[in-house]
Design a protein around this ligand. Structure first.
Ligand SMILES: NC(=O)c1ccc[n+]([C@@H]2O[C@H](COP(=O)([O-])OP(=O)(O)OC[C@H]3O[C@@H](n4cnc5c(N)ncnc54)[C@H](O)[C@@H]3O)[C@@H](O)[C@H]2O)c1
Length: 361
């Protein structure tokens, strides 16, 4: 256990912008679990469980705070009656525990979620998947995305990819004057669960693909799709129409923005900007950035729709396609107010939260 987390365990960390920030020690695993609930103004807060090793001891709490706030924006902009939250379990080492050790930490996570009495509904995130949700579900009912055979909605990555495609149509329309994706060139960074679906869907529509991944095994998919492969270190400098980040967050920074050779960026990777000011650097280079909180919302729309709202697949498809309309509204607001899409998305999310709470009040 790190010193910062040890210290955090002794207090309920005060944070004026979040409703609740809690660090508890798992009684089985001895590991620290941080749960941040940013807002329940629209309804129970929904967000994933991140299980990861952090080199910086203060990073897990900071990550939970940041990711929970982003979930409030994502859920509000997706039109969901859910607030935003995130759980972060900090692993002591990079290798992930397996077997009984993993079960113990997942049961600890389940207890931490259950203790919140339904204010927080958990799902998968980096380091956790549908099978883990079933194990967490042995300790709490407030969990989504268990495998379909266990009664859940399963892996959400295809739905996140479908939402990304809808977003790419809106981006193409904004930048090139047509939502047509055929013949355009897309640079997909990361061919994991979501990125591989995005690449396949784009290929099916007749788009040209440039792809990369740190995992050399992903070259197989590149070959299958006839995509051009670039080295991961050259990913940001790909000369493409639209760059599609589908790996980890934090890739857009003051150092990397000058390297870009694309007209727009829109991808499912969460938290792509290292800090809010990076949105201004992109705008200064006339590169359109589609906020990831909008682009990546297909998964949460589908999972909560199936498991909590019992919506039909037709209705869910409509909602996922609706990501394009939301993005158009974000771009329109940004243009009208001479601001960045990042600021416009934050404003639109804030408006939905305050309108709903005013109506209810
Ligand atoms: N899975 C979902 O439904 C979902 C929903 C919303 C947002 N997201 C976000 O989308 C992103 C991708 O999610 P995923 O579920 O596909 O994850 P994943 O772990 O399955 O895939 C990530 C891929 O990126 C690759 N990668 C990692 N670092 C890289 C780098 N520096 N350069 C190139 N490739 C790199 C990995 O090798 C892996 O293949 C994440 O940021 C995630 O938080 C996912």
């Amino acid at each position: 256990m790190t010193a910062a987390l040890e210290e955090a365990l002794s207090l309920n960390i005060p944070n004026p912008s979040h409703e609740l920030v809690q660090v508890v020690r798992g009684r089985r695993s001895g590991l620290a679990i941080c749960v941040a609930i940013h807002s329940t103004a629209l309804g129970p807060a929904a967000g994933g469980c991140r299980i990861a090793h952090y080199a910086d001891p203060s990073a897990p709490v900071a990550d939970a705070l940041r990711l929970a706030a982003a979930m409030t924006e994502k859920n509000a902009l997706a039109g969901l009656d859910h607030g935003g939250a995130k759980a972060v379990l900090a692993l002591p080492t990079v290798p992930r525990p397996a077997g009984a050790e993993r079960t113990a930490l997942l049961h600890d996570l389940g207890d931490a979620i259950e203790a919140l009495g339904g204010r927080y509904i958990a799902g998968p995130d980096v380091g956790s998947g549908p099978a883990d949700m079933s194990v967490i579900g042995e300790r709490t009912t407030h969990v989504c995305c268990r495998p379909v055979e266990d009664g859940g909605s399963g892996d959400s990555s295809l739905h996140t990819a479908r939402g990304t495609l809808a977003a790419l149509g809106a981006v193409a329309d904004e930048v090139f004057g047509s939502p047509e994706l055929a013949g355009r060139t897309f640079g997909v960074i990361g061919l994991g669960a979501v990125g591989a679906h995005v690449a396949r869907l784009l290929d099916r529509l007749g788009a040209r693909l440039v792809v990369t991944d740190v995992n050399p095994a992903a070259r197989g998919l590149a070959k299958e799709l006839g995509a051009t492969w670039v080295d991961p270190k050259d990913a940001l400098a790909m000369e493409v129409d639209v760059l599609v980040p589908a790996a980890l967050g934090g890739l857009l920074t003051a150092r990397t923005v000058p390297l870009l050779r694309c007209a727009a960026i829109a991808g499912p990777a969460n938290n792509q900007l290292d800090e809010p000011a990076t949105a201004d650097l992109l705008a200064a280079r006339h590169i359109l950035w589609a906020p990831d909180v909008v682009v990546s919302s297909g998964g949460v729309i589908h999972a909560t729709g199936v498991e909590l709202r019992r919506e039909s697949e037709e209705r869910l498809t409509e909602r996922i396609q609706g990501i394009a309309a939301t993005l158009r509204e974000v771009f329109h607001t940004a243009r009208t107010h001479r601001t960045t899409p990042a600021i416009a998305a934050g404003r639109l999310a804030g408006q939905r939260v305050s309108q709903t709470t005013t109506q209810e009040g």
